[in-house]
Design a binder for this molecule. Sequence first.
Ligand code: ZN
Length: 244
Amino acid sequence: MLVGLVSDIHSNLEALEAVLAHMGPTDVLWCLGDLVGYGPNPNECVDLVRRRAGLAVHGNHDLAAVGLLSTADFNPEAAAAIQWTARQLGPKAAAYLSALPEKLVQGEITLAHGSPRYPVWEYVFSRAVARANFDHFQNRVCLVGHTHVPLVFIQDVRTGRVEEQYMEDGQVLDLSDTRWRFIANPGSVGQPRDRDPRASYAVIDTGAHTMTWHRVEYDVDAVQAKILRAGLPRWLAERLRWGT
Ligand code: ZN
């Protein structure tokens, strides 16, 4: 079975459409949260995920946009975009976001937006945080988003030791060896932050036991123009150019 993985779409329709076109047909699509926030097309992105994704979990921006999380801990640009998004969201999209779970387990794989320990807020960015989180899911693979960086933490099940690996376009992770457990991030579709502006996603092949990362160019100029036209903070347009 081929499982397409998208995360942190952030209302960037051009990036999401480019990713789905590049991905081609998969058996299922899973979404790791933050469908909205920052970008100019929240309803269109939610609608596309709602129609395509077999499984999805919520992210902090999704919860804030439907009033289920305070924006007090958001930076000013993110909070401004949440207020704007909340005004734009139609009832169907809001209902979909409100109903998303915070964590899912599907066979060998756990899905959470931030981390399995604290799904809404925790960033798995260091080996210390990853090591603690390996105790918070039972199976071998946990998929997360939230950092917007295509990064994998690999735990040796005998020693508990954790290594990290940044994943580049076309890179394949072998999930078959039961001596290892994984916390893996497919990267961000709509706002990459690893200084590569191309949209990021991954595909798991459950038969071959592999996870493969991909990067895709999309029309950044068009999204930047829409962000500025909507009156969203200028920085949210600029950062898409640099992948920061
Ligand atoms: Zn995000």
